[in-house]
Ligand binder design. Structure first.
Ligand code: E4P
Length: 217
């Protein structure tokens, strides 16, 4: 499973890119607001930090305007994935922009039928929002499982990009359900490495090694 980080905070992205574990980045208008910076400047900086897809979201709601915004965003860098909302206009824009040869990430997906439409519109990525479904007492992970089956049934090559991830368990369950990508907040991504038994075991090994008085180098 690929890991994208869900943030517009470039210092977090720089840190994570240095680990070699980062396959891409997703942003949205709320994350741009949180960054407090101009969108174009932030997206340009992110695209220079990460080789993989960087999602930048349009804000128009009518297809022709979405297409114009999408083309402008795609001009920022070769690794831009244009993010479009899952509406009829968004799907129309998805077809036009994928026909242009651009990557498109269709976002705000909350049902398997919506995901089916996005795949038929040629989306490179579909973003089902797990956490927001959990928030309204619907099992978000079940949606990932359903989309996986549908895409496999018809050999769609749209990648399932699990979004709105809130916890380490979400990440594990996405991997078990066969999501192609998980976009994860920086704190959750960094937290995946942690286990108290790892810390305890390492402490013991280092203490015992010190007692040997040896050195490897
Ligand atoms: C990713 O593409 C989405 O914008 C993001 O995961 C939404 O997450 P949230 O529900 O925590 O805002």
């Amino acid at each position: 499973m690929k890991f994208f980080v869900d943030t517009a905070d470039t210092s977090e992205i720089k840190d994570l890119a240095a680990t070699g574990l980062l396959d891409g980045v997703t942003t949205n208008p709320s994350l741009i607001l949180k960054s407090g910076r101009p969108m174009r400047e932030v997206i340009e900086e992110i695209c220079a930090l990460v080789e993989g897809p960087v999602s930048a979201e349009v804000t128009a709601t009518e297809a022709d305007a979405m297409i114009a915004e999408g083309r402008k965003l795609a001009g920022i860098a070769d690794n831009i994935a244009i993010k479009l909302p899952l509406t009829l206009d968004g799907l129309k824009a998805c077809r036009a922009l994928t026909d242009d040869g651009h990557m498109v990430n269709v976002t705000l997906c909350f049902s398997a039928n919506q995901a089916l439409l996005a795949a038929k519109a040629g989306a490179s990525f579909i973003s089902p929002f797990i956490g927001r479904l959990d928030d309204v007492h619907v099992d978000g992970m079940e949606l990932i499982r359903e989309i996986r089956v549908i895409y496999d049934n018809y050999a769609f090559d749209t990648e399932v990009l699990a979004a709105s991830i809130r916890s380490a368990n979400h990440v594990k369950d996405c991997a078990l359900a066969g999501a192609d990508v998980a976009t994860v907040p920086p704190a959750v991504l960094k937290g995946l490495v942690k286990h108290p038994l790892t810390d305890k075991g390492l402490e013991q090994f280092l203490a015992d090694w010190a007692k040997t008085g040896q050195s490897i180098l």
